[in-house]
Design a protein around this ligand. Structure first.
Ligand code: NMX
Ligand code: MLT
Length: 435
């Protein structure tokens, strides 16, 4: 751990010096103009944040520290006999900004294994909730209960020097990431498997252990979890979960408080909850049609019906992307390799052929193409994980890697309290009238 911290600190100090010079020379340069529409319409397209871990291109999709998903699949270390990347390696890449060796990746795995013990009061807090509680609510309650363990909060109360914020954040982030699979699996077994819990296997990798504790022992499911945890980990800084984690962290709220806040945003249906909405929507379509193998015509009719009732087609559209999400494509490739004849997976592919032209024909939707959530549920159902209300918890476990790596960088670079200006419509009218 100390060597990892030393390597990070060297990188962070170099980056901080570079940013200082950059701002000294170019601090007054304009990065864009803001229109009134942008102010009212969700700040789309306004550059206002720095997030080092990944960058989204509207046409090409996400790159993590410069690497696309296919490149990660090729270059990141794999589990023994596996072919999908180990997300621990992606975490190293996002944190250090360089591709990890196998040894670097194993080092992260072993740090996470050593820190994975979840204190009993966290399970008590989850158990105090009614069984009908949504898994995302249980998850955030679990994370909040774990906040008692924050090194940052404790040291801050004792009087922490600004220069050491990053160090305590580093400790909290790694401990939190280590414990999330246990919390997630506990919720799954409590809610859906009669509280018959499965103890962690201290020899497994981070995602393999999650799969194991949930009760899935098919090695292909372990591979799916490794891919899933890799592709959902980060999507630059402006998405709701990353932005919220960063914003709350800017008040020097610790990693637990900041991540929990971000995950409350992920639990919204226009963000991470869309993965459950997609499968719910497909199951409802199947029930209405009376078939688990709908024709393109039946899908098109159901899409029209969804739109007419004032609802969105879940899994389609994006605030930034303007092409098919490469995370959708990566999952499609996984489906073609492991389950090409699965009816539900094939239905997802049929929806992919049917929905974009319909959405395009409406003329108002900026991106008619599928996002990550359009595909993920069908792969999970294939392995028997049918309880779709749980899906966003998996997204949340993965998203911890990106938002917490970013939070460490925020503290290392000394980013200040985030506080943009807001206006009232009256103030806008007065400004327009030149008053
Ligand atoms: N189905 C129906 N209408 C849509 C869809 C869709 N999939 N996507 C966008 N629209 C509508 C949108 O509601 C808006 O309507 P109105 O003017 O009546 O308010 C109009 O098209 C223009 O929206 P856009 O500018 O294209 O999209 P925006 O950036 O505002 O929103 C999403 C992006 C992702 C919120 C939106 O596409 C959506 O609601 N998609 C479905 C939910 C979803 O899949 N979310 C997951 C995103 C990925 N993730 O994991 O977070
Ligand atoms: C994400 O992964 O965060 C989503 O695609 C939403 C976004 O990028 O805005």
């Amino acid at each position: 751990m100390d060597i990892l911290k030393e390597r990070f600190k060297a990188k962070a100090d170099a980056a901080a010096a570079e940013i200082k010079d950059l701002l000294k020379e170019h601090g007054n340069k304009k990065v864009g103009e803001v229109t009134l529409s942008q102010v009212y319409q969700g700040m789309r397209g306004i550059t206002g944040l720095v997030t080092e871990t990944s960058l989204l291109d509207a046409q090409e999709g996400i790159r993590f520290r410069g690497y696309s998903i296919p490149e990660l699949q090729e270059k990141l270390p794999k589990a023994k006999d596996g072919s999908e990347p180990l997300p621990e390696g992606l975490f190293f890449l996002m944190l250090l900004g360089e591709l990890p060796s196998e040894e670097d990746t194993n080092k992260i795995t072993s740090i996470l294994q050593r820190r994975s013990h979840v204190p009993a009061h966290v399970f008590d807090a989850i158990d105090a909730l009614p069984i009908t509680t949504h898994p995302m609510t249980m998850y955030v309650v679990g994370v909040m209960a774990l906040q008692t363990e924050s090194v940052f909060a404790k040291k801050y109360a004792e009087g922490l020097n600004k220069k050491d914020y990053w160090d305590a954040t580093f400790d909290d982030a790694l401990t939190l990431i280590a414990r999330l699979p246990r919390i997630a699996a506990y919720i799954y077994r409590r809610k859906y498997k009669n509280s018959e819990h499965i103890q962690p296997n201290g020899l497994l990798d981070w995602s393999g252990n999650l799969a194991h504790m949930m009760g899935f022992n098919d090695e292909r499911f372990h591979e799916l979890m490794r891919l899933y945890m890799t592709i959902h980990a980060d999507h630059e800084g402006g998405n709701v979960s990353a932005h919220t984690t960063h914003l709350v962290g800017s008040a020097l709220s610790d990693s637990y408080l900041s991540y929990a806040a971000g995950m409350n945003g992920l639990a919204g249906p226009l963000h991470g909850l869309a993965n459950q909405e997609v499968i719910k929507w497909i199951f409802e379509m199947q029930a209405e049609i009376g078939s688990d193998d709908p024709t393109p015509e039946q899908i098109a009719d159901y899409v029209q019906q969804t739109l007419k009732s004032g609802k969105v087609v879940p899994g389609y559209g994006h605030a930034v992307l303007r092409k098919t999400d490469p995370r959708f494509t990566a999952q499609m490739e996984f489906g073609k390799k492991h389950m090409p004849d699965d009816k539900l997976v094939k239905t997802v592919w049929k929806i992919y052929e049917t929905v974009p032209p319909i959405l395009q024909s409406l003329g108002k939707i900026k991106n008619p193409w599928p996002n990550v959530d359009a595909h993920s549920g069908a792969l999970l159902v294939h392995f028997g994980l049918k309880e779709y209300e749980f899906y966003t918890v998996l997204f949340a476990v993965s998203r911890a890697l990106g938002v917490l790596a970013s939070l460490i960088w925020d503290r290392a670079l000394g980013f200040p309290l985030e506080r943009p200006k807001s206006v009232t419509t009256n103030a806008v009218k007065m400004w327009l009238e030149g008053k």
